[in-house]
Design a binder for this molecule. Structure first.
Ligand SMILES: Cc1cc2nc3c(=O)[nH]c(=O)nc-3n(C[C@H](O)[C@H](O)[C@H](O)COP(=O)(O)OP(=O)(O)OC[C@H]3O[C@@H](n4cnc5c(N)ncnc54)[C@H](O)[C@@H]3O)c2cc1C
Length: 600
C-alpha cells in the first residue's frame, strides 16, 4: 500500500487561492471567525491523524476484514482504537450544529477531513461517514427530544449512525419497499422487515448505533408517497439518556464483497424494533431529499480519494522502476535502463490520475462551499447556491467516481504485473474504488437525475444559471498564458446548451431519447465542468507564478499549469466522443427485441 502523504498544499491552494474561501467566510457572520490560520491548523492536525493513525490500518484492515459473531461484528485490529482517538480529537463534531455540541465549522472543513480520512483509509471512514447522514437527518427533521436524545451523542461520536434504505428486492426504486411500521399506543412504532447492504449496521466501535430507517406505516399508500422515516436505536435509550435494554433488531450476517472489506455491510433484521417517527408521516423520502446533495458529495469525494492515493503509489513506483530506454535517448545513462517515468505512455497515465485528482478537488470543494453559503448566506445567496448544487451534484457523484475508478486502474497499470499483486496495494484501491459508482445512486440513476429532473425538468434554467457563471468567469481578466483555455471553456458552455436543447427536443418525440443520452450526457457535462475548474486552477497558478511573494511556490504553480495543459489537450477531447455517442440516438439501444438479446 502506498505511504499516504496528505496533499495539504493543494488543499490550501484550492481553498485560499482558487475558491477564495477566506473572503467568503468574512462575509458570512456565522463563519467570520474562521480565519486562514484556523483552516490551516485544522488541516495540519487532520493530516497528521490520517497519515499516522488511519493510513497504517488500510492494508491490514483489507486483509483481516470484518468478522460476524453471534455477539456482534468485530472490526479489524486497530479500527476501534483509531475511532476512539478520532472522537477524543473532537473530529466528529467539527462541522456540526453548535446547539447540540458541534463546533459549527464550515462544511468545507468537514469535507477536507472526509478527503483526508477517506484517502488514508476509505473503509474506516465509512463508519463516521454514515453517522454524518444520520446527523444531517436529525438536524433537519428530528424533534427537539430526538435531537437531545440521539443527535448530541452522534455529534460527540459516542454513538454512530446508519442509513437503512435498501431491501433485498429494491435499492434504486425505494417505492417498492416492504418494511412495515406498526403504530403502538405510546406513539412509537414497531418495525418489521429486512434491510440489506447496511454500512456500519453493526460493529464494535461504539456502544450504541442509531439507525435511520425508511418504512411504510400500516395502511399508508403504495409507492414513494407512503414512505416514512424513523429513528431506531440498537440499544433503547432511557428518559435520562442512559442506555436501556436491547431493541428487537439484529445483524443477521455481513456481506463478503469485492472491496472496502473492513467496512461492515450488514443484513439487518427488524423484528418489532421500537422506532420513532422523524418528520411528517409519509414524507420520509422528501425529508431525505433535503440532505441528499450533501450525502452524494460525501460519496463523490471517494473518487477524488482513490485518484489521489493511486497517483501517489504509481508515481513513487514510476520514478524507481527501470525498464527500457527513453525513445529520445538514455536519461539514466549510468544505470542499466531508464526509470519508466520517461515513457510517454506512463506519463499519460500519471498525468491522467493527477488531472482527475486535482481538478476534482477544485470541483468538489466549490460544491462544499455552496453548502456553507446555503447554511449561512442570505436567502438570495442560499437559493443560488442551492440551484448550483442541484445541477452539479449528480455530475460530481457520478463523473468523479467514474474517473476515480479510472485513475485507480491506471495505478495498477503503471505498476505492470506488480500492480496485480496484493502487497503493492494498488489492486486494493481498484477494489475499494468500484463501489463508489454504485451506492448513493448508481451512475445511471445520477445521469437520469441530471438530464431529467435537473436540466429538462427546470426548462434549462439550472443549466443556464451555471453557464452564466462560466461566462462571467470567461469575461474576467486572466493571464495571457491561459487565454486559450478561457476561449475553449467559453465555446464549450455554448455547445453544452445547444446539446441539451437538442436532447430535450428529441425527448419530446420519444422519451427513451433522454435515457439513451443520459450517461454520455453526464460524462460530457463532467468534462466541461472540469474544464471550467481546470481553467480556474490554471488562471490562478499563472497569476501567482508572477507574484514575488509566492516565489517559494513557483514549482507548484508550474506543475499546475502543465497539468492544466494535459487536461485541455489530452483529456477534454473525450467530451466530443460522448457528444457523438449522444447524437447516435436511442434507436441503436432500443431496436433489439428482448428475444434477440438471447440469441448468440
Ligand atoms: C458495499 C455497499 C454498501 C452499501 N451501503 C448502503 C447503506 O449504508 N444503506 C443503504 O440503504 N444502502 C446501501 N447500499 C445499497 C446501494 O445503495 C444500492 O445497492 C444501490 O442504490 C443500487 O440499488 P440495487 O443494488 O438495488 O440496484 P438496482 O436498483 O436493482 O439497479 C440495477 C441496475 O439497474 C439500473 N437502473 C435501475 N433503475 C434504472 C432507471 N430508471 N434508469 C436507468 N438505469 C436504472 C441501475 O443503474 C443499476 O445499474 C450499499 C451497497 C453496497 C454494495
Amino acid at each position: 500500500m502506498p505511504t499516504y502523504k496528505a496533499p495539504t498544499r493543494d488543499l490550501q491552494f484550492v481553498l485560499h487561492d482558487v475558491l477564495g474561501v477566506d473572503d467568503v467566510y468574512t462575509s458570512l457572520p456565522e463563519f467570520e471567525e474562521v480565519s486562514p490560520d484556523l483552516i490551516d491548523a485544522i488541516l495540519e492536525q487532520g493530516a497528521k491523524f490520517c497519515e499516522d493513525v488511519l493510513a497504517p490500518l488500510n492494508e491490514s484492515g483489507d486483509e483481516e476484514g470484518c468478522q460476524w459473531t453471534p455477539e456482534g461484528v468485530k472490526t479489524p485490529a486497530g479500527f476501534a482504537q483509531a475511532y476512539a482517538q478520532y472522537v477524543e480529537g473532537g473530529w466528529p463534531s467539527l462541522a456540526a450544529d453548535v446547539e447540540y455540541g458541534g463546533q459549527g465549522m464550515p462544511n468545507t472543513l468537514g469535507l477536507c477531513m472526509s478527503e483526508l480520512t477517506g484517502t488514508a483509509n476509505w473503509a474506516w471512514s465509512m463508519y463516521p461517514g454514515l453517522s454524518h447522514g444520520a446527523i444531517k437527518t436529525l438536524e433537519e427533521h428530528g424533534s427537539e427530544e430526538q435531537k437531545q436524545r440521539y443527535l448530541t451523542r452522534l455529534i460527540s461520536g459516542e454513538w454512530t449512525g446508519t442509513m437503512c434504505l435498501t431491501e433485498p428486492h429494491c435499492g434504486t426504486d425505494l417505492g417498492l419497499l416492504r418494511t412495515k411500521a406498526v403504530r403502538n399506543d405510546d406513539g412509537s412504532f414497531s418495525l418489521h422487515g429486512t434491510k440489506i447492504f447496511i454500512s456500519a449496521g453493526e460493529h464494535d466501535m461504539a456502544e450504541n448505533i442509531v439507525h435511520i430507517v425508511i418504512a411504510r406505516i400500516e395502511g399508508a399508500p403504495e409507492g414513494t408517497k407512503g414512505i416514512s422515516l424513523f429513528v431506531v436505536p440498537k440499544v433503547n435509550v432511557n428518559e435520562d439518556g442512559t442506555l436501556g435494554d436491547r431493541n428487537a433488531l439484529n445483524c443477521a450476517s455481513i456481506e463478503s464483497k469485492m472491496g472496502i472489506k473492513a467496512s461492515a455491510t450488514c443484513v439487518m433484521n427488524f423484528d418489532g424494533a421500537k422506532g420513532y417517527l422523524i418528520g411528517p408521516e409519509n414524507r420520509g423520502l422528501n425529508c431525505m431529499f433535503t440532505f441528499m446533495n450533501a450525502a452524494r458529495l460525501g460519496t463523490a469525494v471517494q473518487g477524488l480519494c482513490h485518484a489521489e492515493l493511486a497517483y501517489q503509489g504509481a508515481f513513487n513506483y514510476a520514478r524507481e522502476r527501470l525498464a527500457m530506454r527513453s525513445l529520445t535517448g538514455p536519461k539514466n545513462p549510468d544505470g542499466p535502463a531508464d526509470p519508466i517515468l520517461v515513457h510517454p505512455d506512463v506519463r499519460r497515465m500519471l498525468l491522467t490520475q493527477r488531472a482527475i485528482a486535482e481538478g476534482s478537488r477544485a470541483f468538489l470543494f466549490f460544491l462544499a462551499l455552496q453548502g456553507d453559503i446555503i447554511r449561512a448566506g442570505n436567502e438570495e445567496q442560499a437559493k443560488q447556491a442551492d440551484n448550483l448544487m442541484a445541477l452539479l451534484t449528480p455530475i460530481a457523484k457520478a463523473f468523479v467516481t467514474e474517473l476515480g475508478f479510472e485513475a485507480a486502474n491506471h495505478g495498477v497499470q503503471v505498476l505492470g504485473g506488480h500492480g496485480y499483486i496484493r502487497e503493492w496495494g494498488m489492486e486494493q484501491i481498484v477494489r475499494d474504488a468500484r463501489i463508489a459508482l454504485l451506492y448513493e445512486g448508481t451512475t445511471g440513476v445520477q445521469a437520469m437525475d441530471l438530464i431529467g429532473r435537473k436540466v429538462l425538468g427546470s426548462g434549462g434554467k439550472l443549466l443556464m444559471d451555471f453557464t452564466a457563471i462560466m461566462d462571467e468567469f470567461c469575461q474576467g481578466e486572466h493571464p495571457e498564458q491561459v487565454a486559450g483555455y478561457i476561449s475553449t471553456v467559453s465555446a464549450l458552455k455554448d455547445e453544452w446548451l445547444t446539446l441539451s436543447l437538442s436532447i430535450g427536443e428529441k425527448a419530446m418525440q420519444n422519451a427513451d431519447e433522454a435515457g439513451a443520452a443520459s450517461v454520455d450526457y453526464l460524462m460530457y457535462s463532467g468534462y466541461v465542468v472540469l474544464a471550467y475548474f481546470w481553467a480556474q486552477l490554471a488562471s490562478t497558478a499563472a497569476r501567482l507564478l508572477d507574484d514575488p511573494a509566492r516565489a517559494a511556490d513557483a514549482d507548484f504553480m508550474r506543475a499546475k499549469l502543465m497539468t492544466a495543459e494535459f487536461y485541455f489537450k489530452r483529456m477534454l477531447p473525450r467530451a466530443q466522443g460522448h457528444k457523438l455517442a449522444i447524437e447516435g440516438g436511442a434507436e441503436p439501444l432500443m431496436q433489439m427485441p428482448e428475444a434477440l438479446f438471447a440469441v448468440s
